[in-house]
Design a protein around this ligand. Structure first.
Ligand SMILES: Cc1ncc(COP(=O)(O)O)c(C=O)c1O
Length: 415
């Protein structure tokens, strides 16, 4: 029994784990003993097969078979192959998804392509407080093509779309608040006014239901290193609806996006399909690691994954309700689990120091400036018992004022 928490008790959390259909997936990850890892929304955990697969790619495919592996190990097809594996997680067809570059670079390629494909329209519309790279890249993309970026609170976006808006760029699940936007509704409303929509799925993919084609989506991007467990700096993915592929062109016209890269022509002729959004030589080691992460999703029923995500985060919110009043936490995420992603955030003036004190007690979450404590619940490997333990640890940290130390206020380079 906890020293601090009253309800629901540890047994109730364990009872939920006892009937968890995904419980066996935990053993597929090499998580350190005794660590409660609640940051898989930032950097996913290491799948057990990844190290062996990378060893094989390095020693056999690279070390022994050398350059022949571009053909024999299908290195050349990896961007499409791994994209095809991500496609079912986002409601896309395999020929609409590529794994390539970073999310930032993919945002750039698609934003420029979208503006260029929208004659007479020169505005990229987004929301303030969107993930910084999205806004920074939009700034650079607008600068490249003589467009401008406009930001408005998300609830005002649809009404503000006029005939100057080329593309609306939004993040489906907000990185700080976890609020999930109405993809179908916003997409349809924007398209009715002649704009394209670009969705950033970084905090959604592998955690919430996404149906890009069901929403008639235009464009999307997302990270490989969060819920997809591709490892630090894993390549990202992009989605371009098939109907747009022939008319949208990437501004980064590298040889891998050419219709015939090995013809070595001087002139650029983009591939006619999704491959036109490739640029340079694909990062094979990163792709191999990401493929191991993505393959794990093929073993689970997505409905069960979503149900578990909601169950974990709801347990967390229920337990946190007990601490909020006493210790000054404010829920910064939607209370309805269907309206949020798989992370939950709380505002607290001492959020940074509290986060460090939690990490010192082996409960790993993260901090987002200026005052957000953010905890991610990864349905593939987080248990209800861990959720309970995390809140129990937080209760102890607050009661003992364990966060109130100078060393916990010193900001590290990465928060
Ligand atoms: C919504 C969103 N977009 C993009 C990124 C990161 O993009 P990149 O991988 O290019 O650094 C993040 C990282 O947390 C994110 O949350």
């Amino acid at each position: 029994m906890s020293r601090f928490l009253k309800y629901p008790d540890l047994d109730a959390a364990r009872a939920l784990d006892a009937v968890d259909p995904l419980a066996s997936m935990r053993a597929r990850f090499a998580l350190p003993e005794g660590v409660t890892y609640l940051d898989g929304n930032s950097l996913g955990a290491l799948p057990r097969t990844t190290a062996a697969r990378l060893k094989e790619v390095v020693e056999r495919e690279w070390g022994r078979d050398l350059i022949g592996s571009w053909n024999s190990a299908d290195w050349i097809g990896a961007a499409r192959r791994v994209g095809g594996r991500i496609a079912p997680l986002i409601g896309a067809e395999a020929n609409e998804v590529l794994v390539t570059d970073s999310t930032s670079v993919n945002l750039y390629k698609l934003l420029v392509a979208a503006v260029k494909a929208s004659p007479g329209r020169t505005t990229i519309l987004s929301e303030p407080g969107n993930f910084p790279t999205d806004l920074y890249v939009a700034d650079g993309a607008a600068w490249s093509v003589g467009a401008q970026v406009r930001t408005l609170p998300v609830e005002d976006i649809v009404a503000a779309i006029d005939d100057d808006v080329a593309v609306v760029m939004l993040t489906h699940v907000h990185y700080k608040t976890s609020a999930m936007l109405d993809m179908a509704g916003i997409t349809a409303a924007a398209q009715a006014k002649g704009a394209l929509v670009l969705w950033d799925l970084s905090h959604s993919v592998g955690a919430v239901p996404i149906d890009l084609n069901g929403c008639n989506a235009d464009l999307a991007v997302g990270c490989g290193y969060k819920y997809l467990n591709g490892g630090p700096g894993a390549p990202a993915f992009l989605y371009v609806a098939e109907r747009h592929q022939a008319r949208l062109r990437s501004p980064l016209s590298g040889w891998m996006g050419h219709a015939a890269p090995f013809a070595f022509d001087d002139g650029y002729a983009p591939a006619t399909d999704i491959a036109r959004f490739l640029c340079g030589t694909p990062p094979i080691l990163g792709l191999a690691a990401l493929e191991e992460g993505v393959k794990l999703f093929e073993e689970v029923a997505f409905d069960a994954l979503v149900a578990k995500s909601r169950s974990l985060s709801s347990l967390f919110v229920t337990l946190m309700d007990e601490l909020c009043g006493e210790y000054g936490f404010t829920l910064a995420s939607p209370r309805d689990p269907a309206a949020r992603g798989s992370h939950v955030s709380y505002g607290h003036p001492e959020a940074y120091a509290i986060c460090q004190a939690l990490i010192a007690r082996a409960v790993v979450g993260d901090f987002r400036a200026p005052d957000i404590l953010r905890l991610g619940f990864t349905p593939l490997y987080t248990s209800h018992e861990e959720v309970w333990r995390a809140v129990d640890t937080l209760a102890a940290v607050m009661r003992e004022r364990a966060w109130d130390r100078a060393e916990y206020r010193e900001r590290a380079a990465v928060t």
